[in-house]
Design a protein around this ligand. Sequence first.
Ligand SMILES: Nc1ncnc2c1ncn2[C@@H]1O[C@H](COP(=O)(O)OP(=O)(O)O)[C@@H](O)[C@H]1O
Ligand SMILES: NC(=O)OP(=O)(O)O
Length: 314
Amino acid sequence: MRPTRVVVALGGNALEDKSMPSTAEAQLEVVKRTSEYIADISLAGYEIAVVHGNGPQVGRILLATEAAKDVTPPMPFDVCGAMSQGYIGYHIQQALKFALKKRGKNIPVATVITQVVVDKDDEAFNNPTKPIGPFYTEEEAKKLAEEKGYVVKEDAGRGYRRVVPSPLPKKIVEIDTIKTLWDTTIAVTCGGGGIPVIEKEDGSLEGVAAVIDKDLAAQRLAEDMDADILLILTEVEKVAINFNKPDQKSLDHMSVEEALKYMEEGHFAPGSMLPKVKAAVNFAKSKPGRKAIITSLYKAKEALDGISGTVIEM
Ligand SMILES: Nc1ncnc2c1ncn2[C@@H]1O[C@H](COP(=O)(O)OP(=O)(O)O)[C@@H](O)[C@H]1O
Ligand SMILES: NC(=O)OP(=O)(O)O
């Protein structure tokens, strides 16, 4: 029997600690901590690939390149996405390799700079929803909207952020490379949801200004790799209904049918929990036996052991 295949999607708290400065050095410290949890999953015998977010990081790269426009030409949006995959992947490679080594496991870890095809007519291009970069006050946000033409939105009660289009992931361009690597290597792939590209009539690809949701890209990857489990790691141990209300109730399990009903009732915030539940539902119903788990990074191993997290299955 082949080992259980798990696609791990890492949320923002796996890369950043809000109490630390938003520097590359601080990110590496957090990634070292995160890698201990991922290495434990690998040590337990699961075959894994790692997907990560990039909202704060790609936003900061864009700000830096805009701010430096008088000294060097600004980088296009898709290139900023590629840069975010590169430096986050580098940190994961370094930290995860070491965490595995400490556990006596000599497994290669490699980042695949990944392009993901989106539909050029995706309606997301007319309705930006994906928050990127830092948080702003309402006043700062209004000023940025006026001066730079940013679209800004309130982000789940946490402040204002720039939002960009987030089209659906259709096809992972480098999937054959990921399949080739799978048996020998932990691939860090589809970072930041993948660099969004559109297919042109002549078959060539062109990068576009957008950020794909990494949980939906992880779902695409999990299906393409015939994974058994999509493990979505975030800040909360379990998904809740009536979230942040006096009658909040954490869930150990949701059938696909229940999840769809809760979605319709508005229990999951758009831009945070909703895409995770959508990705989980899509994966769970894509083939019998597949399941998704949403839990915190710190409970990841326990969730795989069946004693934590919210399981979503048919
Ligand atoms: N129904 C819900 N149950 C649990 N958490 C929820 C719910 N609705 C919104 N959330 C919020 O969603 C957050 C996860 O989304 P987000 O921080 O955007 O993800 P990521 O970990 O990928 O960066 C949780 O930490 C929680 O604050
Ligand atoms: N690309 C993406 O989904 O990033 P975040 O998880 O940081 O929002």
